[in-house]
Design a protein around this ligand. Structure first.
Ligand SMILES: [Zn+2]
Length: 310
């Protein structure tokens, strides 16, 4: 692993920042007054059957038998980002990276940030501190070995870091991560802590480590979802355009958007036994995501988490 990290001068000869992002790709870190501010575009790289909503229906022991669609979907997203000259952060499962090393190398070679989404999508609030540390360490090593770049970011499966896991952020820091984007301050049946921070903050007084919550819209005294995922398909695009504009103006902070590769894949096989609520969330408007992403990439400036925050 150490050997791999030392190869920050990538195989393609492009000089990279410490986060593995090429330093002369034209995106830059400029935030001068004439430029639109940058927001952070993030993708949680997992298969269509690895989401938390299907945990009870598709056991991990079945994963190996199911047809993979992630590489093809990531490829479409990489092409889309290239057309819009936009860099993003790919929070990737270790399980997926092991099976698709060429996809990992393409993500890095095209100037995007590679980050960790844990090994096999186990929610942090269902793990012991020891099991979490093991998972974080193992995934970081897998991603760094394959890519040859340092992995600085982490996103918990289903934003599952919160008040019940006070040990999680200290462990991420100790294992060499520099930021996490694992919380969202809304009330949701699978995740969220409505009393949590809305914007990036430093959890440790003696360290620059950041926790960067996914974006919410503050309206009528409540935090409403405005981070992407299923809501990006279920709600009209104009809600997001208005929400990001308002939140960015009022806070002066980058907004954080996220989606999954399977959300641009209307042809994915349906998981028949899943609960009706999960099926509605997972399958509604899949055919519309791609065009909405085109609008989102046109209407705002986006970059990786590392470039927006570190
Ligand atoms: Zn996920």
């Amino acid at each position: 692993m150490t050997q791999a990290i030392a190869r920050l001068e990538g195989r393609d000869g492009v000089s990279r920042d410490s986060d593995g992002v090429p330093s002369s790709d034209g995106v830059g870190r400029s935030k001068d007054a004439s430029a639109k501010p940058f927001n952070a575009f993030t993708i949680d790289v997992e298969e269509h059957f690895q989401v938390s909503a299907f945990e009870a229906t598709v056991p991990r022991s079945d994963w190996e038998e199911l047809a993979s669609r992630v590489e093809n979907n990531v490829s479409r997203l990489l092409d889309l980002l290239a057309r819009h000259e936009t860099k993003a952060t790919f929070f990737t499962l270790g399980w997926v990276a092991e099976r698709h090393p060429d996809m990992i190398r393409r993500i890095v070679n095209e100037g995007h940030e590679l980050a960790s989404h844990g090994y096999s999508h186990v929610r942090v609030n269902t793990q012991s501190a020891e099991a979490f540390r093991e998972d974080v360490r193992k995934t970081k090593a897998i991603l760094e070995d394959i890519s040859g770049v340092r992995v600085l970011g982490y996103r918990a499966a289903s934003f599952s870091i919160g008040p019940s896991t006070p040990w999680a952020l200290p462990i991420l820091r100790e294992e060499g991560h520099r930021y996490s984007s694992s919380t969202v301050p809304i009330a949701h049946d699978l995740y969220g802590d409505p009393s949590g921070h809305r914007f990036a903050y430093k959890p440790f007084a003696d360290d620059d480590f950041l926790e960067v919550p996914v974006t919410t819209l503050r309206l009528f005294g409540r935090n409403l979802p405005c981070g992407g995922g299923g809501f990006f398909r279920l709600l009209p695009y104009t809600y997001f355009r208005w929400g990001y504009g308002k939140t960015g103006r009022e806070s002066g902070q980058p907004c954080i958007f996220y989606l999954h590769p399977w959300e641009v894949d209307p042809e994915q096989p349906r998981i028949a036994d899943a609960a009706m609520k999960s099926r509605i969330r997972h399958y509604t408007n899949l055919g519309r995501t791609f065009n909405r992403l085109e609008s989102l990439l046109r209407d705002f400036h986006w970059t990786s988490m590392a470039r927006a925050f570190l």
